[in-house]
Design a protein around this ligand. Structure first.
Ligand code: NAD
Length: 260
């Protein structure tokens, strides 16, 4: 049985992860933390506490799942990794320097973490298809749509898609987020990234590959947050027995998907 503590447990994603952990036979929900006090309404109710380190020391989880905020997640990891717990992180907003730091921290404290801006299986498939399409259609535009409460833009998934396409093309692209302040033609070596916010959109991504007289569009639509929570639960199971260090969804799915 893998013992799981959820950080950000009262949020949209955290509460969904609590439900999935609670219903998964191989996982046990041993703790819930948030900056707000409250109760997760499962079974007899799981009390939410507000001090992450105290909660980890009290319930000794194997894994902490973090869905909090881009501006606090690095602070959370700097606290939890030295305590030797594994971490599954859905919170977005990591820079390359952040990823390097958490990889070093995990190795130093003999633990592992998996960070994914999008835990949906379809998002990983989309990334692979996009890399293939980019070989033939170099003019790439990404459009992402999310609910009006989302704090960061563009989405971590949009950046993950852009980075994968760029990496495959030897880093030749630069990213353009706003065309309103310049009056010039589109550079062939750019990836345009546009963000739409409104209502209850869970998470839609379109990657457009534009030829002179045709457009190929690869789309992914998350129809509920359950799809992300499922992926996070799979990641908690995956980390058990991994070598120390930082992992991605591609690492997790390698054995299961031939295209990876
Ligand atoms: P949310 O605002 O509904 O929930 C965030 C929760 O974290 C809130 O309850 C808040 O009180 C709590 N929180 C804030 N600071 C905290 C701290 N220092 N310690 C503990 N708890 C803290 O947001 P959400 O929609 O659940 O999204 C959370 C994050 O997950 C965002 O970065 C979002 O982009 C990302 N996200 C990732 C995926 C994925 O598949 N990886 C899917 C959806 C959302």
């Amino acid at each position: 049985m893998i013992r799981v503590l959820v950080n950000g447990a009262l949020g949209r994603m955290g509460s969904e992860v609590c439900k999935k952990v609670y219903s998964e036979a191989d996982l046990e929900l041993v703790g819930a933390v948030d900056i707000k006090e409250g109760t997760v309404q499962l079974g007899d109710g799981v009390k939410v506490t507000t001090d992450l380190v105290a909660a980890i020391e009290a319930v000794k989880p194997d894994v902490v799942v973090d869905f909090t905020r881009p501006d606090v997640v690095m602070g959370n990891l700097r606290k939890m990794l030295p305590l030797g717990v594994h971490a599954v992180v859905g919170t977005t907003g990591f820079s390359d320097a952040d990823l390097q730091e958490v990889d070093e921290l995990a190795r130093k404290y003999n633990t592992s973490l998996l960070i994914a801006p999008n835990f949906a299986l379809g998002a990983v498939v989309m990334m692979k298809l996009a890399c293939e399409a980019a070989k033939y259609f170099p003019h790439v535009e990404i459009i992402e749509k999310h609910h009006d409460n989302k704090l960061d833009a563009p989405s971590g998934t949009a950046l993950m898609l852009a980075d994968a396409i760029n990496e495959q093309n030897n880093g030749e692209y630069h990213y353009v987020y706003d065309r309103s302040s310049v009056r010039q033609k589109r550079d062939p070596k750019e990836i345009g990234i546009s963000s739409v916010r409104g209502g209850g959109i869970v998470g839609d991504h379109d990657v457009l590959f534009c030829g002179p007289e045709e457009v190929v569009t690869i789309s992914h639509v998350a129809q509920s947050r359950g799809v992300f929570a499922d992926g996070a639960v799979q990641a908690a199971l995956f980390l058990d027995g991994c070598e120390p260090g930082y992992y991605t969804m591609t690492d997790m799915l390698k054995g299961k998907m031939q295209c990876l």
